[in-house]
Design a binder for this molecule. Structure first.
Ligand SMILES: *Cc1c(COP(=O)(O)O)cnc(C)c1O
Length: 380
C-alpha cells in the first residue's frame, strides 16, 4: 500500500486525462453539434481552472458557470476564443461587469432581457447573450407568457446579439420518461415562432437521448467528471476522482462496545476499529453513518458509528493487520467505490458527492494521457 505523503488527512487525485477522454467520448456522440462544458461550482468541486484549461486543449470553446463571480475568476485562464456563459444571468445592476470581464449572460426573464437591451443601447453596440426558455422544469428561463410578450414587441431584443436559444431537461437521466419528448416538442414549438437562431438543450444525459436532442451545442457537466449519464445502464465514462483517507489509529473493542457520537453502532463481538481522518466537514456525508463502505486494498471495510466532523470509524476486523498502520491510505472514492455508488449509499446523487468534496484535502492533478495531448488537440 502506498505510503501517505503530506500533512493532510486525505488525498484527492483528479485525473485530467480521464476528463479529456470523457470529453472526446461525448463529442463523438454529438455528430456535428459542438460540445461545451458545465464548469459551475468549481467544475463540480474538481477545480474549474484546471478542468477548463484541459478541456480547452481538447477543443472545447463553450464554458458554462452559474454565477458571475465564477466567470470572473475563470476568465483570465482561458483564451479569447473561449466563451464563458453565466447561467443565472446578471445580478440586478451588475450588467456592465459582463462587458468588462468578457463573459456572456444567459437571460432568463423579460427583466434580464430589458436590462441587457438597455445597456446595449447605452453603449451603442450589440451585446451577446443566450436566452433561456422554460420548457417544463419551472426553474429558469422565459415562461410561455413572457415569450408572448417577446412576440408582441418587435424591439424586444434590439441590440442583443442572440447566440443561442437554450432550455434544460428535467428528467434526461431517465430515458423512459415521457417528459423528455414533451420538453423537446415544447422547445421546437417555441423556436419556430422566434428569430432563427442556434440552439442548446442537452446536458450530459441529454446527449444520450439521441440526435434529436443535440441541436447545435451540448452542455455536459457530470459525464465529463465520470458520473453515470443514464440510469440503469453501464457507465461508458472514465472515473476521474480518487479520494484516499489516512488511518490515524486502530483499536480492538470488546463485544458490546459503542462507537462514535451517540454510540449508534455497538459491537456484537470483538472487533477491530480504524479511525480515518475524514468527516462531514470534508463533505463525507453524515448520511453515510453505519451505511458507507471504504476499501482497504481489495477488502471492503464497513463504516460503523456516526460520521464525525473530522473522522470516520471503520470495522477493519477482516483486513490484514499489516495494512492498518497510522498513515496507511484507504480508498474512499475509487474504481471499486465510485462517486455514484457512494451517493447511492448516502441517499443522494453523485453530483452532491462531488460538489461536497472538501477543501482540506491535499489535491493532486494527474494526466494519464498527457503525451497524446498535442496530437489530439483540435478546435471546433
Ligand atoms: C448543471 C447544468 C448543466 C450540466 O448538467 P449535467 O447534468 O451535469 O450534465 C447543463 N445545463 C444547465 C442549465 C445546468 O444547470
Amino acid at each position: 500500500m502506498q505510503q501517505a505523503a503530506g500533512r493532510a488527512g486525505a488525498i484527492l487525485t483528479i485525473d485530467l486525462g480521464a476528463v479529456r477522454s470523457n470529453y472526446r467520448l461525448l463529442r463523438s456522440r454529438l455528430g456535428s453539434a459542438q460540445c461545451g462544458a458545465a464548469v459551475k461550482a468549481d467544475a463540480y468541486g474538481l477545480g474549474a481552472i484546471r478542468i477548463s484549461e484541459a478541456l480547452f486543449t481538447e477543443g472545447c470553446r463553450h464554458f458554462f458557470v452559474a454565477h458571475l463571480d465564477e466567470a470572473i475568476t475563470l476568465r483570465p485562464y482561458l483564451p479569447e476564443q473561449a466563451s464563458i456563459y453565466v447561467m443565472h444571468g446578471s445580478p440586478v445592476g451588475y450588467e456592465a461587469e459582463f462587458i468588462e470581464h468578457r463573459c456572456i449572460p444567459v437571460l432568463n426573464s423579460c427583466q434580464q432581457i430589458a436590462a441587457w437591451r438597455e445597456l446595449a443601447q447605452q453603449r451603442q453596440t450589440a451585446l451577446p447573450a443566450i436566452i433561456q426558455l422554460d420548457t417544463g422544469m419551472s426553474r429558469m428561463g422565459m415562461s410561455a407568457q413572457e415569450v408572448q410578450a417577446w412576440l408582441a414587441d418587435p424591439e424586444f431584443i434590439d441590440g442583443i446579439d442572440l447566440q443561442y436559444l437554450m432550455s434544460h431537461l428535467a428528467c434526461a437521466e431517465d430515458q423512459q420518461s415521457p417528459m423528455n419528448r414533451q420538453q423537446l416538442q415544447a422547445f421546437q414549438a417555441l423556436r419556430a415562432q422566434l428569430p432563427n437562431c442556434r440552439a442548446t438543450l442537452a446536458n450530459s444525459s441529454g446527449i444520450f437521448l439521441g440526435p434529436d436532442f443535440h441541436f447545435d451545442l451540448a452542455r455536459p457537466g457530470a459525464a465529463l467528471y465520470g458520473l453515470t449519464p443514464v440510469a440503469g445502464q453501464a457507465n461508458p465514462l472514465q472515473p476521474v476522482v480518487h479520494l484516499q483517507g489516512k488511518i490515524i489509529q486502530t483499536r480492538e473493542i470488546a463485544s458490546g462496545t459503542g462507537v462514535g457520537y451517540s454510540l449508534t453502532y455497538r459491537s456484537s463481538q470483538v472487533r477491530r476499529i480504524a479511525t480515518v481522518a475524514v468527516g462531514y466537514a470534508d463533505g463525507w456525508l453524515r448520511s453515510l453513518s453505519n451505511r458507507g463502505i471504504v476499501y482497504i486494498g481489495d477488502k471492503p471495510a464497513p463504516m460503523v458509528g456516526n460520521v464525525s466532523m473530522d473522522t470516520i470509524t471503520l470495522d477493519v476486523s477482516d483486513v490484514a493487520l499489516e495494512l492498518l498502520y497510522p498513515g496507511a491510505l484507504v480508498d474512499l472514492i475509487s474504481t471499486k467505490n465510485t462517486a455514484d455508488q457512494v451517493a447511492e449509499r448516502a441517499g443522494t446523487i453523485g453530483y452532491e458527492i462531488l460538489t461536497s468534496l472538501g477543501l482540506r484535502y491535499q489535491r493532486h492533478y494527474m494526466d494519464t494521457s498527457a503525451d497524446q495531448q498535442q496530437t489530439i488537440s483540435h478546435t471546433s
